[in-house]
Write a protein that binds this ligand. Structure first.
Ligand code: CO8
Length: 373
């Protein structure tokens, strides 16, 4: 078995930000328009009026202050409330592949590698732009990478689940250098008209180079000591959009065809699962949670991360032990823990241990224990 390192990370950050104030203003205008349009039905008690959102609630309940998006005007148009993308012809690179190539080049430069060094591309994301061909194969071609590529989806845990596949491919000798890429265009599958969740997500793309330690040349290398994945079925985070919709004659714009969740239940059920998962994984390597220098956790909710860190080390999330990026990026599905790793690792010293951990729909939890070389 070969030793395996993460030797580079990359980040694509979309050009537009939406502050909570902008988001709430657009949402509340939408509410007023809807309530005016349905005033009679509301007065007759046949329809419940929609209720305003608030910046104070969003910041208190989630810790999110803004989000990046690929397209802003459609989202903030109270008569539309979702992004407006131009359909691209088949001979033009798809949007998802375009942002993936940007993040991948960043990661390759950090690792000191060429695209031709890559012999596998795993595109792991909460949603793919199309059914086929696989996004990974388009990304492989656009970069000029070799080998093969495939897509995978485990919602918010897609990146850590792909990291395990990359780790296994490299340590077994099947691959030398794997690109793990997480393009998340969450703005296109978030329901911006739902007060309970309209503030949650943002767009981004992250990339990781996973390769054989003996072939790595980058300055910043992180040995993968182990990975651990777990899933447990739950309907509490669900999106029914899919290829069966047409055959079922269901409404493509119905509420269940975008993200929906029982946020409270998710919060209560996932926190203990994630904390126990990390503790059990560390125990397999005889490491106590307090022996970990840094936790790069999934970035869904400030309160969730605080509870997980409290359970593990009686510390505080948002501090040195578990940095937060969700105030700036919001929840970026599978990319969240990778953005935290990308942004907050330069200060660690040789021999320091860290844990990258995701949790989300499925339910799914994935942890990756790394050591600074
Ligand atoms: N403005 C003002 N008030 C509000 C708003 C709002 N926008 N929304 C709700 N309220 C009100 C409610 O009506 C309620 O009022 P009352 O007490 O009078 O009934 C009160 O605020 C409290 O409501 P909640 O109980 O719903 O609020 P919470 O404190 O639970 O906070 C959260 C809601 C922030 C959603 C919280 O439950 C949470 O973060 N839960 C965990 C969510 C999570 O981590 N989910 C993971 C999903 S991510 C994932 O796995 C990827 C999926 C695939 C990606 C999809 C991309 C689009």
């Amino acid at each position: 078995m070969h030793s395996v390192v993460i030797s580079g990370t990359g980040l694509y950050q979309p050009p537009h930000t939406i502050s909570n104030a902008e988001l709430v203003q657009a949402f509340n205008t939408y509410v007023d328009l809807q309530n005016a349009e349905h005033a009679e039905a509301i007065a007759a008690g046949e329809r419940a009026p929609l209720v305003h959102s608030s910046v104070e609630f969003i910041e208190k309940a989630s810790g999110i202050k803004q989000r990046y998006v690929l397209e802003k005007d459609g989202v903030l148009d109270p008569t539309r409330m979702y992004p407006r993308f131009k359909e691209r012809p088949d001979d033009q690179i798809s949007l998802m592949a375009e942002i993936a190539v940007d993040a991948a080049r960043d990661a390759l430069a950090a690792a000191g590698k060429q695209a031709s060094d890559i012999d596998a591309v795993f595109c792991a994301s909460a949603n793919m732009q199309r059914a086929y061909p696989a996004m990974a194969v388009e990304i492989q071609q656009a970069l000029g990478a070799g080998g093969y590529g495939f897509d995978m989806n485990v919602a918010c845990s897609s990146a850590t689940f792909a990291l395990e596949q990359a780790y296994n491919a490299v340590r077994s000798g099947a691959s030398k250098c794997v690109l793990v890429i997480n393009p998340e265009i969450t703005s296109a599958h978030l329901e911006w008209r739902d007060r309970d969740c309209h503030f949650i997500f943002g767009d981004v793309c992250t990339a990781l180079i996973v390769e054989r330690a003996d072939l790595a040349v980058g300055k910043d290398q992180w040995e993968i000591l182990g990975t651990k994945l777990a899933t447990q079925f739950s309907n509490n985070i669900r999106n029914n959009f899919g290829f069966m919709n047409r055959a079922e004659d269901s409404d493509p714009l119905a509420r269940d065809k975008t993200f929906r969740q029982e946020g409270r239940k998710v919060f209560k059920e996932v926190v203990p699962i994630a904390a126990a998962h990390i503790e059990n994984h560390l125990a397999t390597l005889d490491v106590q949670p307090a022996g970990v220098r840094r936790y790069w956790l999934h970035q869904a909710n400030l309160g969730m991360n605080q509870l997980i860190i409290k359970k593990l080390v009686a510390g505080e999330a948002g501090s040195d032990v578990a940095p937060l990026i969700l105030d700036e990026f919001a929840n970026t599905a599978s990319a969240g823990s990778i953005i935290a790793f990308h942004r907050h690792r330069a200060d660690l010293a040789e021999g320091d241990l860290g844990v990258i951990c995701s949790f989300g729909a499925g339910y799914s939890v994935g942890s990756v224990i790394v050591k600074k070389r």
